[in-house]
Write a protein that binds this ligand. Structure first.
Ligand SMILES: NC(=O)c1ccc[n+]([C@@H]2O[C@H](COP(=O)([O-])OP(=O)(O)OC[C@H]3O[C@@H](n4cnc5c(N)ncnc54)[C@H](OP(=O)(O)O)[C@@H]3O)[C@@H](O)[C@H]2O)c1
Length: 156
């Protein structure tokens, strides 16, 4: 099964200029604890935005290229989805925008950190999705400087 994990602004902002918009310590901690020990799947651009492989996780990168560094490379996303969607194992989809859009139709859970802020300079957005198809639960509320956020779980 696939679980998406992302942090978004009020307008679904995800990133700008190849980097994150919000750098929230408690959200990073939640991300680390939630994904630790699991397979994580990301697009090539998100992979390139990381300083290094994320430790204690199997780093899987979707790309049309040949890359050095990730634990696994996926060239055929449809084959990967077919092979993994019915497993009990929770596989985390960690971004970015392109990869979220491709996995949203098959994701069972969405861990979404909803930040009460916007950024007009964002250039990457989380896809729109029909929230009526999911139950929403707030896992944790947080704040940092002048930002407040809710870490939510949307479950089909
Ligand atoms: N807020 C958050 O939670 C969060 C999380 C992650 C990332 N981000 C941000 O999101 C931005 C990056 O997102 P993005 O949408 O630009 O890029 P991305 O989804 O990270 O990567 C896109 C790349 O993935 C590969 N790809 C995607 N679909 C493919 C397919 N079907 N087959 C083969 N390869 C495929 C392609 O790589 P090739 O070009 O190599 O073929 C494509 O260029 C950054 O700003 C990052 O910081 C935010």
């Amino acid at each position: 099964m696939f679980s998406i994990i992302a942090a978004v602004g009020k307008n679904r902002e995800l990133g700008k200029k190849g980097d994150l918009i919000f750098h929230l310590k408690d959200d990073m901690k939640f991300f680390r604890e939630t994904t630790s020990g699991h397979k994580i799947v990301m697009g090539r651009k998100t992979w390139e935005s990381l300083p290094s492989k994320l430790p204690n996780r199997t780093n899987i990168v979707v790309t049309s290229r040949d890359l050095e560094g990730p634990d696994e490379i996926v060239h055929d996303i449809n084959e990967f989805i077919t092979d993994n969607k019915d497993t009990d194992e929770e596989i985390f989809i960690i971004g970015g925008g392109k990869i979220y859009a491709e996995f949203l139709p098959v994701a069972s859970k969405i861990y979404l950190t909803e930040v009460d802020a916007e950024d007009k300079e964002a250039d990457t957005y989380f896809p729109e999705f029909d929230k009526t198809k999911f139950d929403r639960k707030v896992i944790k509320k947080g704040s940092q400087d002048d930002l407040t956020f809710d870490i939510c779980l949307y479950q089909r």
